[in-house]
Design a protein around this ligand. Structure first.
Ligand code: ZN
Length: 392
């Protein structure tokens, strides 16, 4: 079973924080060894001195011996214990599904969150890149409460300092948790336009959080923390042994949306430039620039693409996204150009040309309103839990 080593590591925590069954080449410079089964183990959260110790063949041999002994002991467990362990392993697996998923040796992320709602940041895929010196956080979720949930999940993986927060764009589900990381000393990095958009709109968005279906309890303690470092084209961050590139192509999902590339691991965080199996929010979208950004994304060497919302993605999902926004834009222009355009009928017509997605269907109407009918949404009375103007 592919995930077994990782599960087993959870019942021998005194030795190893996690295992993974990948090629040692995927963890350049890191502390590793292989056993006859080609398993690689990594001791997470070590500083450089500890890494030197761990790299010592004698130490590695001892660790492996301990692990093998632990596995032998497990084999000898009574059937009752095996039942108990199976239950615990199942519980851990269920927990892992709600926490951060290992994407590559240095990258973890929330991914494929189901039942998106305001309370779970509309299922936004925030993540981390762990270097030798510290951690880079990509997006901070929708509130102080959600940011603290994220921090707790980060601390299950690494105790290293959080050096930087990257905001992929200004929308609340990606940046309203910023302050919780600022308090820990992290510098917030974003595109200049993202910073401009936050200064212009974030305070208003926070004051009107109820419009997005968020309760005062869910938003308790949330403060806006603005970017400390901005850039216009590209900027690189290096938290130690792993490069992180922040790339701006054009106005796309929002004016200041960016891509985050981890080239050594062929991983890209796209923010909301890519939604997979989830209807995208398009209210701030620039279709031409968005197509350019997706074209660029398709040229990057990337095996694992983390969308803003939805499951781990591939180049096919990038092509599908371009097709979606192109189809949406063409059809929405056609339908809303008619003088007697009615939102409900337009949405019904849109559904006939758009692909079926598991989540976010309400966004079809929200996009039509925000981008094509240009209604003043704030003056509309909102029902509780009406998510029609949210911004995933
Ligand atoms: Zn989003």
């Amino acid at each position: 079973m592919k995930n077994e080593p990782e599960r087993i590591s959870r019942v021998v925590p005194e030795h190893i924080v996690y295992w993974h069954d990948c090629n040692p080449d995927e963890y350049p410079g890191g502390p590793f060894t292989t056993d006859p089964k080609d398993f690689l183990f990594v001791v997470a959260g070590m500083d450089e001195a500890e890494q030197r110790v761990a790299a010592d063949p004698f130490v590695q041999e001892k660790l492996l011996k301990n692990i093998k002994e632990a596995l032998e002991k497990m084999k000898k467990l009574s059937s009752i214990w095996i039942t108990v362990c199976c239950f615990l392993l199942f519980a851990h697996t269920a927990l892992a599904e709600n926490g951060l998923t290992r994407i590559s040796p240095h990258v973890y992320s929330y991914i494929g969150v189901q039942e998106a709602s305001p309370a779970n940041s509309f299922g936004a895929n925030a993540g981390i890149i762990i270097g030798k010196k510290g951690i880079v956080v990509v997006d901070t979720l929708i509130s102080a409460k959600e940011a603290n949930r994220f921090l707790q999940d980060i601390r299950k993986i690494s105790d290293k300092p959080i050096l930087y927060v990257i905001d992929t764009h200004y929308h609340l589900d990606h940046s309203f948790g910023n302050s919780e990381f600022s308090k820990l000393g992290a510098a917030i990095v974003a595109h200049k336009y993202c910073a401009d958009e936050m200064h212009l709109k974030a305070a208003d968005g926070l004051a009107n959080a109820a419009d997005f279906g968020l309760t005062p309890e869910e938003m308790a303690g949330t403060e806006i923390a603005y970017p400390d470092i901005t850039f216009t084209d590209r900027i690189g961050l290096n938290p130690g042994g792993v490069e992180v590139n922040l790339i701006y192509i054009a106005p796309s999902h929002s004016k200041g949306s960016i891509l985050i590339q981890v080239p050594s691991e062929k991983v890209v965080f796209t923010g909301d430039i890519l939604f997979t199996d989830f209807h995208p929010y398009m209210g701030d979208g620039d279709i031409k620039g968005w197509q350019q950004a997706l074209d660029f994304l398709a040229t990057l060497e990337a095996d694992k693409i983390i969308p803003g919302h939805g499951p781990l993605s591939s180049k096919k999902d990038v092509a599908d996204m371009k097709s979606y926004i192109t189809t949406f834009d063409n059809k929405a222009r056609e339908l809303t150009s008619k003088p007697d355009a009615n939102l409900e009928e337009i949405v019904n017509e849109m559904k006939k040309v758009l692909p079926i997605k598991t989540q976010g269907e309400w966004l079809i109407g929200a996009n039509i309103q925000a981008k094509y009918l240009k209604k003043n949404l704030k003056k509309k009375t909102k029902k509780k839990n009406d998510y029609s103007i949210e911004k995933p």
